[in-house]
Design a protein around this ligand. Structure first.
Ligand code: HEC
Ligand code: HEC
Length: 283
């Protein structure tokens, strides 16, 4: 629908957006889960392109917001429970489960999501959470790698991310991560596709505007992996990036690619200080 809306009017649609669309910022609702209040709004930090910084939750309608506030209603938890079972399940040639080495997920994975993606010294690369999971599977368990943005891997990253829920996004962008950060920033501001739109054109210039029925947020990733009504399953940040670029009618990078890992680091930095909401609920 979004694609059609924009293509019909051409790229000019976005220029005219502010004047034709109802301007509607984020709402004032408070996100509380299990009695804990989440940070969904904070002032921009030094050098921040955004001020204030908002979670995408603040742009969703009340019904969608409510689902994320109750773990029994949040549809993502069906998948999280499946991952909790896989955590204990022996797989691969080494006869091990995740739990054999890591013990309880609640203890060993606490805080891990907050600094993802992170530079892995041994690999000499920036790794997303998915890379860490798959490395353990292939190199430490003798099991197959799981498909990027596939249901099983998204469920496992959701289970792991849940152990950091409520903690602030805190990616490390200096040292060897710096060049990845710069690469991610460059991608963020590059205009892609026939529509010649960059991430910033929508998520920076038009935050709060309506594109048809969709309320544009700042495109933050503090809620990922996220359950979406659109496909009724969990989605990774890379899956979302792919969809957004596809909407500009461009060829996209693949989930798991170095480009998307770099972009993930840059976007994580834009939202630093926001509470991790994973697994969130979006439309
Ligand atoms: C044979 C032991 C072993 C098994 C089995 C194993 N891991 Fe690991 N895992 C490790 C070690 C060792 C590290 C690196 C430890 C460190 O850096 O703290 C690690 C690191 C990780 C990390 C990165 C943590 C961080 O602090 O950055 C994640 C995520 C992870 N493992 C997930 C999993 C998952 C999910 C499974 C099951 C699919 C699994 N691991 C199975 C040994 C194992
Ligand atoms: C044509 C406009 C457009 C462009 C260009 C665009 N997006 Fe989006 N994006 C949307 C819309 C619409 C949504 C759904 C509403 C929302 O959450 O903002 C969305 C959602 C998102 C979300 C989910 C936010 C959440 O809270 O769940 C992320 C992350 C995101 N975009 C990142 C990006 C990145 C990174 C780029 C550049 C590669 C990009 N987008 C390019 C329109 C766009």
């Amino acid at each position: 629908m979004l694609k059609k809306a924009i293509v019909l009017a051409g790229a000019a649609a976005l220029t005219g957006l502010a004047s034709t669309a109802v301007l509607a910022g984020p709402d004032d609702d408070e996100l509380v889960i299990d009695g804990e209040t989440f940070v969904t709004e904070l002032p921009g930090f030094e050098g921040s392109p955004l001020d204030p910084i908002y979670s995408g939750w603040r742009f969703r309608d009340d019904a969608t917001q409510a689902l994320e506030m109750d773990d029994f209603e949040n549809p993502a938890f069906v998948f999280v429970e499946q991952a909790a079972e896989s955590w204990e399940t022996v797989e691969g040639t080494e006869g091990k489960s995740c739990a054999s080495c890591h013990g309880a997920v609640e203890e060993s994975m606490k805080g891990v999501r907050a600094s993802m993606p992170s530079y892995n010294e041994a690999a000499g690369e920036l790794w997303s959470l998915e890379n860490y999971v798959n490395f353990c599977r292939t190199e430490r368990m003798g099991a197959d790698a799981l498909k990027w943005d596939g249901d099983e891997l998204n469920a496992m990253t959701a289970l792991i991310a849940l152990q950091s829920r409520g903690m602030p996004m805190a990616p490390v962008i200096d040292g060897p991560a710096a060049e990845w950060f710069e690469r991610g920033k460059e991608i963020y501001y590059t205009r892609y596709g026939q529509l010649e739109l960059s991430c910033a054109n929508c998520h920076e210039d038009h935050t709060g505007d309506m594109i048809r029925a969709d309320h544009l947020s700042q495109g933050q990733i503090n809620g990922f992996p996220t359950y979406r009504f659109k496909n009724t399953k969990l989605n990774s940040a890379h899956g979302r990036f792919k969809g957004c670029i596809r909407d500009t009618r461009a060829e996209t990078f693949a989930p798991g690619s170095p480009e998307f890992r770099a972009l993930e680091l840059y976007v994580a930095w834009r939202g630093q200080g926001l509470s991790i909401e994973s697994p969130s609920v979006r439309n």
